[in-house]
Design a protein around this ligand. Sequence first.
Ligand code: OXD
Length: 326
Amino acid sequence: MATVVASSRPDDPAEAAPLRVLFCSPADDPLAWRTALARRLPEVDLRIWPDLGPPGSVDAALVWDPPAGLLGSLPNLRAILSLGAGVDGLLRDPTLPDVPITRMVEPSMSFGMAEYVLAAVLRYHRDLDLYAARQARREWRLELPRPPAERTIGILGAGALGSATAAMLVRHGFRVLAWARSPRTLPGVAVLGGADGLDALLAQADMLVCMLPLTAQTEGILSRDLFVRAKPGLRLIHVGRGAQLVEADLLAALDGGALAAATLDVFATEPLPDDHPFWAHPKITVTPHTASYSQPESAAEAVAENLRRLQRGEPLLHVVDRARGY
Ligand code: OXD
């Protein structure tokens, strides 16, 4: 777990004064967050964008997709707490101040992601699309179900979300392989690394789940080059970032039969434009970046813990390594 000591204000007589925290997110409910945080830290002064008060008075920012330049306009900011797990959007802002940034790591987000992936996996595993097509033809014909142990699910990325997802799939009886940048142990999961590891995973996976953070190394990783190395008939479940997928290559792989289906929750352009070919493609399922959200009641505990640490000048949890990009 990465930790970084956030700057305290040792000479500041108001050190013990309540933290002033700016909340800014177009996707989260500020009032639910205010209530959930107030239960843990009643003294925190939560300011909901755009009512931030004097910019110099803000100590910390709790954000998802803030307007570019906003964080850079807060001269005394000491920490940025992301409401999302991925921080690529924040890191793209060239005016981002040089203060610790933390990723959201909390149980409801991990559970939600694992649940979304399990739902997509089960739909493919139990041939629900096949039966929907047969129902449309009033055709009563069954395939013998295969046990989950006969399906291999490959997960790209084994961080907080990837490991929670792997654990849920393992509990369900699937054979799970994960591909991670650094070696790690996940119960019941074969964790592979490097280019050889990726090839081994692709050769075996019936379904591929992309949960990688977006970095220079992962941009465009879901491309023709990867699809041709995959087991024929692969199904893709993509919950990472849109820029990791080369959309034209996916369409070609689906239309050419190399891939059987794709469930996509993230896109290069969000919202997905009206005229995008993914909307009507028979082998593609589109969901609107909904795989996982933090529930304030659960996530507020993780945020409160980091605010307490900030207040005490202690190391924050889940600090982003800017060079690595996550
Ligand atoms: C996230 C997301 O990064 O929702 O949390 O995409």
